[in-house]
Design a protein around this ligand. Structure first.
Ligand code: SF4
Ligand code: SF4
Length: 462
């Protein structure tokens, strides 16, 4: 076991509601009669308590993006615990999102920020698209996994006694539990915990709650974990090294835990999605890889090719005549359209169908105003752009010309697309290289680390 202060990330669980019901979920999603949604005051206390932690503070669920106050939480963490560097990333169209995010985490979180900053753990659902701009502007680290892939989840609802682990074997086994040694401590609405699974068990089985959420709680050493270690007795974290595909949506539980789920009135159990394991059998199903990312080792698989949640849903093409009042016309268009809008100013026709098809096959940032090198005076924007929300219908109405309308966006959120915009695997690599070259990195060690990082990303594309 290790102290939370030595962890690479501490999680704040803001909800245990989720859009999925994966097998052997670490937050036991699907088993709660009523999922929780952390209130803002608790969230603030949680962030403030980690002020000097100096590593990543993760916002996690369930699916954190379905928390109704997600934006408010993100704005708070962005202000109190900001990412030190800002690469202005994820502005250009992205072809392979999981791959790109892997590169971005490597350069921004791991190399530049040295793992300090706000983090997000998400299954990349529709809400990710809705909050896309805010997410990219705020988070230093993103752990994405849509679970539409071969993720293997080990059983977690099992007691070591039922699995035949004796008292003598148990303590060293528990103390080397890979979850606590590689993953995170966590804060739930019920307090702070030495291990994220212990926090989830406390929530599921109506436990006594965790430590008070106060500055420095995370400096506790393993000898201070005390009564929280009771949760290890009914947890499979240290017992199993194999499991089943998350997409099967079945939980494997020991007989005692089956009984406890029944007493907790578990909806997932009632729905018949729980399988009772044989006592004494800790090896079954698919072996998990012995790597840092044991649930899923291939980062390219973190977002399935079938997951269209973050791709443009609709692109409406409109022509704007010269001499018309741009703002008034655009307000009319905004009222009718739901997603992306391409406006061609004083042209015979709007954005060609072939270009619309290509744009729908890349991930665009809804916060960005795009223009095109091959089409003069054609602009593409999303009705949910922060720039438009900030201006409001009134602010837009007073834009007499298209140029004034374009000025609603900050300069770093205007991108001109060239003809090959959907060909590059990582469109930001050159820009990242220039950005880091311009930094005044006094520490030789960090400069070397960043150099290694760029070389590694480049070599992966060769
Ligand atoms: S996406 Fe994550 S939190 Fe949601 S059910 Fe699956 S494992 Fe649990
Ligand atoms: S056994 Fe479970 S609760 Fe205990 S440290 Fe491991 S994962 Fe956490």
């Amino acid at each position: 076991m290790r102290s939370p202060k030595d962890m690479r990330i501490i999680q704040i669980d803001i909800t245990n509601a989720c859009v999925h019901a994966c097998s052997n979920c670490t937050r036991f999603c699907g088993h709660h009669v009523r999922p929780f949604f952390m209130d803002f005051e608790t969230f603030k206390r949680a962030v403030d308590s980690l002020k000097d932690f100096d590593r990543c503070i993760g916002i996690m669920g369930g699916e954190p993006l379905i928390h109704p106050e997600f934006s408010r939480f993100v704005e708070y963490i962005g202000e109190k615990y900001p990412s030190k560097y800002n690469l202005f990333a994820t502005r250009k169209p992205i072809k392979e999102f999981a791959r790109y995010m892997h590169d971005k985490n490597y350069i921004l979180d791991e190399s530049l920020n040295e793992r300090k900053g706000p983090g997000l753990l998400t299954s990349v659902c529709d809400k990710y698209y809705e909050h896309f701009e805010l997410i990219q502007d705020t988070f230093s680290f993103q752990n994405i996994n849509d679970h539409q892939n071969p993720s293997v989840h080990q059983p977690l609802l099992a007691s070591r006694r039922e699995m035949g682990v004796s008292d003598e074997e148990w303590i060293p086994m528990r103390d080397s539990c890979w979850v606590q040694n590689q993953w995170s401590a966590a804060i739930t609405p019920k307090g702070a915990f030495f291990c994220e699974i212990a926090g989830a068990l406390d929530m599921l089985f109506d436990g006594p709650g965790g430590w008070k959420i106060e500055p420095g709680w995370w400096k506790r050493e393993p000898e201070d974990f005390g009564e929280q270690l009771q949760w290890c007795e009914i947890c499979g974290g240290a017992l199993f090294h194999s499991g089943r595909l998350s997409s099967e949506e079945i939980d494997d539980v020991s007989p005692l835990l089956y009984q406890k789920l029944k007493e907790a009135d578990s909806p997932k159990l009632k729905a018949g999605c729980v399988a009772v394991m044989e006592k004494g059998r800790t090896e079954f199903g698919t072996a998990m890889p012995d790597t840092a990312n044991r649930y899923l080792s291939e980062h390219e698989e973190r977002v399935s090719k079938l997951n269209r949640a973050i791709f443009p849903k609709a692109i409406a093409s409109r022509v704007l005549r010269a001499g018309t009042d741009a703002g008034i016309e655009i307000n009319d268009i905004l009222k009718k359209e739901t997603d992306w809008i391409a406006v061609a100013v004083n042209q015979d026709m709007g954005l060609p169908e072939e270009m619309i098809r290509r744009l729908k096959n890349v991930v665009l940032n809804p916060g960005v105003l795009y223009s095109f090198s091959q089409y003069k005076d054609v602009y593409l924007f999303n009705k949910n752009a922060h720039a438009l929300k900030r201006a409001g219908f009134d602010g837009i109405r007073y834009c007499a010309t298209m140029r004034e309308f374009m000025n609603l966006w900050d300069a770093d959120k205007k991108v001109c697309l060239d003809a090959s915009f959907d060909e590059l695997k990582n469109p930001d690599l050159d820009q990242w290289e220039k950005y880091v070259a311009g930094l005044d990195l006094r520490e030789k060690e960090q400069a070397e680390k960043i150099d290694r990082c760029i070389r590694k990303i480049k070599s992966d594309y060769e």
